[in-house]
Design a protein around this ligand. Structure first.
Ligand SMILES: *[C@@H]1O[C@H](CO)[C@@H](O)[C@H](O)[C@H]1NC(C)=O
Ligand SMILES: *[C@@H]1O[C@H](CO)[C@@H](O)[C@H](O)[C@H]1NC(C)=O
Ligand SMILES: *[C@@H]1O[C@H](CO)[C@@H](O)[C@H](O)[C@H]1NC(C)=O
Ligand SMILES: *[C@@H]1O[C@H](CO)[C@@H](O)[C@H](O)[C@H]1NC(C)=O
Ligand SMILES: *[C@@H]1O[C@H](CO)[C@@H](O)[C@H](O)[C@H]1NC(C)=O
Ligand SMILES: *[C@@H]1O[C@H](CO)[C@@H](O)[C@H](O)[C@H]1NC(C)=O
Ligand SMILES: *[C@@H]1O[C@H](CO)[C@@H](O)[C@H](O)[C@H]1NC(C)=O
Ligand SMILES: *[C@@H]1O[C@H](CO)[C@@H](O)[C@H](O)[C@H]1NC(C)=O
Ligand SMILES: *[C@@H]1O[C@H](CO)[C@@H](O)[C@H](O)[C@H]1NC(C)=O
Length: 468
């Protein structure tokens, strides 16, 4: 436009020239104003576009099971090995969102020997630069020494001021590799997640169609660096590609599946993005025979200045129990120092709903970690998933009001036809749940008894005692 303006200056009088310049200036200001409303830009998806993305994917269930627990991997891969393999596959970029960065623990003297898995992973992340692979990290941590070390080794770190944006925390935990492989799970970048905690996640390879959508969530975080306000309009490039009404059709290990990514909190969901709670609701509504839930905490409370009853998930379960013809709900909750005693009352209340009922049943068990002689708790069940006869939901957040309302997290929903031969991800997760449910670390909730979750056994209990 300015070229046109200046060339016309040769032909036109000075007056006209000034008018044209004024017009050009007005246009520029107008354009600037329009684009400043669209505060947050999407990332360039350059060579991978939706039309030619890949949806013929491989899926691997990854778990961390502390060595001291007598629980075996069930067609699952160790988390540490899975993440290392994922890094091996990287050629161009690795993008990570994690609530913590504590792979190289210096906190304790008597670290368990498995703590070195975290150091190995940190070394691998630090050496990405020498392989000409870019590492990008989003974090809510202001002063993490580990992120400083990574930044010195070429990582690009963006800080999200979650306090200003949502009054919450960044609890998202996922990886995007080359925009075609991904990890989502309960484990963050913490040495304990690779040693003493019980974690579960999923790694999906060669799946750019799904991973592009997860990458859009990463881009959203990335653009919010140092922002103290959320934009009123999000860029179109951050809109969800798939959601609960429009699942992505894909193949996981040669089996047909439908999938989509969900996100929290609500204000982090641009147009078409399914919220975690909507995803959980859909999975519960579509279940026909069973709903198995394994989470660290279950607490239908919002606790800010004062506690308030937060009924969203509790209501979904109650509705399912009352309205479905025949439904079985199993809840596996962690019992440890941070378990809020009211948890038991809420769970008991759910259980009571099916008392004497033929059409529904609720069973609750507590997964109790073991305390070693060195003082470590082994096997805190950090899982955050739900599996039904139709689908799985695997997320980052605890099933507690505060988490879904204020904190950032993502989830993935995968639905599959049951093949009856344990070959699908849904069946595999069901098998994992049943393994934990029947392990001798899981104790049944007893009537009118509040288990003492802060107190732990030093030695393993005999397998026969199945109560608290
Ligand atoms: C959420 O993330 C913060 C740090 O960002 C961490 O302190 C907190 O424990 C996390 N909460 C959960 C439930 O993972
Ligand atoms: C990890 O911690 C040890 C001390 O425990 C320290 O010597 C080392 O430099 C740390 N490594 C990194 C990469 O920060
Ligand atoms: C940041 O961490 C370093 C040690 O890792 C500490 O010395 C320093 O005081 C911290 N700064 C702030 C602002 O917390
Ligand atoms: C985050 O935002 C809050 C509130 O706006 C502000 O007080 C705080 O200084 C910010 N933190 C950082 C590290 O920028
Ligand atoms: C992903 O696809 C590439 C090329 O088609 C193949 O070489 C690789 O083995 C695949 N990865 C996995 C984990 O299946
Ligand atoms: C609510 O939070 C306060 C501190 O923030 C804590 O002392 C209290 O136990 C919490 N109550 C519940 C029911 O979680
Ligand atoms: C599938 O797994 C379950 C639980 O591990 C087992 O009981 C069942 O026999 C398996 N079915 C087949 C067909 O392998
Ligand atoms: C499982 O069963 C389906 C159909 O019933 C079949 O196509 C598939 O190959 C089987 N998978 C395995 C691993 O046996
Ligand atoms: C998918 O295939 C991989 C090997 O290619 C295997 O490790 C993994 O367990 C399979 N996943 C499922 C859910 O069967």
């Amino acid at each position: 436009m300015s070229v046109f303006a200046s060339s016309s200056c040769f032909l036109q009088s000075q007056h006209k020239c000034i008018v044209i310049f004024a017009l050009v200036c007005c246009c520029a200001v107008l354009i600037a104003l329009i684009f400043s409303a669209v505060d947050v830009w999407g990332d360039d998806e350059d060579d991978i576009v939706e039309e030619k993305c890949s949806s013929t994917c491989r899926v691997v269930l990854v778990e961390n099971i502390p060595e001291d627990l007598s629980i075996t991997y069930k067609d699952t891969v160790s988390l540490a090995a899975g993440l290392r393999e994922l890094l091996e596959q990287a050629h161009r970029s690795v993008e990570i969102a994690s609530p913590w960065w504590a792979l190289n623990s210096t906190e304790y003297e008597s670290k368990p020997p498995q703590a070195k898995q975290g150091q190995i992973l940190l070394q691998k992340l630090m050496s990405l630069q020498s392989r000409s692979i870019s590492l990008r990290v989003v974090s809510g941590l202001t002063n993490s020494s580990e992120l400083k070390v990574l930044a010195q080794n070429g990582a690009d770190v963006h800080y999200l001021n979650m306090t200003a944006l949502t009054k919450g925390q960044l609890n998202s935990s996922f990886w995007v590799v080359d925009r075609k492989h991904m990890y989502i799970g309960s484990a963050g970048m913490d040495w304990r997640s690779l040693s003493t905690m019980k974690e579960l996640g999923v790694i999906i390879y060669n799946c750019s169609c799904l991973v592009l959508d997860l990458h859009r969530i990463f881009s959203l975080y990335w653009q919010l660096q140092y922002k103290e306000f959320l934009p009123s309009i999000w860029s179109k490039k951050l809109n969800a590609l798939n959601n609960r009404d429009e699942n992505l059709q894909l193949h996981l290990n040669d089996t047909k599946a439908q999938a989509y990514i969900s996100s929290s909190p609500d204000v982090f969901c641009p147009k078409k993005r399914t919220k975690d709670l909507e995803a959980i609701n859909k999975v519960i509504q579509e279940a026909e025979t069973f709903i198995y839930i394994s989470v660290t905490n279950y607490l239908p409370l919002l606790n800010r200045s004062q506690p308030r009853y937060w009924s969203r998930i509790d209501n979904m379960l109650r509705e399912a129990l009352i309205l479905k013809k025949s439904i079985k709900v199993h809840l596996l909750i962690s019992c440890w120092e941070q378990t809020e005693p009211l948890t038991v009352n809420f769970l008991w209340s759910l259980k009571t709903l099916c008392a004497e009922s033929e059409s529904c049943s609720v069973e609750v068990k507590f997964f109790i970690p073991q305390k070693q002689s060195n003082g470590y708790l082994y096997g805190i069940n950090h899982n955050r998933y739900m599996v039904t006869d139709r689908a799985v939901y695997l997320g980052n957040l605890n099933w507690v009001g505060n988490e879904f309302v204020y904190n950032a997290g993502v989830g993935v929903v995968i639905s599959q036809q049951v093949e009856q031969n344990n070959s699908t991800l849904v069946e595999q997760m069901k098998a994992v749940f049943e393994r934990d449910w029947h392990s001798h670390y899981s104790k049944t909730l007893q009537p009118n008894k509040i288990p003492a979750c802060g107190v732990h056994t030093v030695k393993e209990r005999p397998a026969s005692s199945d109560s608290l």
